[in-house]
Design a protein around this ligand. Structure first.
Ligand code: 13P
Length: 258
């Protein structure tokens, strides 16, 4: 298995000033480490990506910057939308697609997400695909049906060779932003299920695809959660805005890397 992926999703937080100061602080702390095996990705709002990339470049390690969304069309009359050409020209290399907040508040369907995912791959960027069940789904024992429907829909037409550019983030909706993560047994069950799904569908590529956990992952619970089998990293919201917490999670990942 590859090393950990530690990704921060800043959501609709920060401005130019705070973006610079957070990344500077993270870079200064990370630069004290001789070697960083984990892949670190920071996903600020679109308007802050440019300065984030400039600031991240100053680190001696490779701090990647990603976008939180994209439009699937190349260009045209889509007022307010951001194309992959625009994202690419910012020199960022990851794009999150299918976040539950986009599904819930912007009515994104699995078919929309599939179009976005294919557009990201066509532009040679890497995808962080988010999936996850709601509390209602879980309580009605539909978790794995929901995950399967999301994966089948979002990964339609995706072949084994594409999987090297895809990361899957399991984010149970009920654990996002609540301060209470899923229990390790719940995470393990979901991640083992996901690994099995990926292996069945994508053979060898399914064995190595990174499976991230997201949902109230923080500096305190990272040692336990990152140690769960088939958890290859985290997608972190709130704690990624606090440099000490984000770096602490990175250090946990480093200590668990072989
Ligand atoms: P929190 O870490 O704030 O729960 O957010 C998780 C998330 O949605 C990351 O994409």
């Amino acid at each position: 298995m590859n090393n950990f992926v530690i990704a921060g999703n800043w959501k609709m937080n920060t401005n130019i000033e705070t973006t610079i100061s957070i990344i500077k602080n993270v870079a200064e702390q990370v630069d004290q480490l001789n070697e960083v095996k984990s892949t670190i990705v920071i996903c600020p709002p679109f308007t802050n990506i440019y300065v984030a990339v400039q600031e991240a470049k100053k680190s001696k390690h490779n701090l990647h910057v990603g976008a939180q969304n994209c439009h699937f069309e190349e260009s045209g009359a889509f007022t307010g939308e951001i194309s992959l050409d625009m994202i690419k020209s910012l020199n960022c290399d990851y794009v999150i697609v299918g976040h539950s907040e986009r599904r819930a508040y912007f009515n994104e369907t699995n078919a929309d997400i599939n179009k976005k995912l294919k557009a990201v791959l066509k532009n040679n960027l890497k995808v962080i695909l988010c999936i996850g069940e709601t509390l209602e789904d879980r309580q009605s024992h539909k978790t794995f049906d929901v995950l399967e429907t999301q994966l089948n829909g979002c990964l339609q037409d995706i072949v084994e060779n594409d999987m090297k550019n895809i990361i899957i983030a399991y984010e149970p909706v009920w654990a996002i932003g609540t301060g209470v993560s899923a229990k390790t047994e719940e995470i393990e069950e979901a991640h083992n299920w996901l690994r099995n799904y990926c292996e069945k569908k994508y053979a060898n590529a399914g064995k190595t695809v990174a499976l991230l956990y997201g949902g109230s992952l923080n500096d305190k619970n990272a040692p336990e959660i990152l140690n769960v089998s088939n958890v290859n990293g985290g997608l972190i919201g709130g704690a990624s805005l606090v440099p000490e917490k984000f770096v602490s999670i990175i250090k946990t990942a480093e200590s668990l890397s072989k």
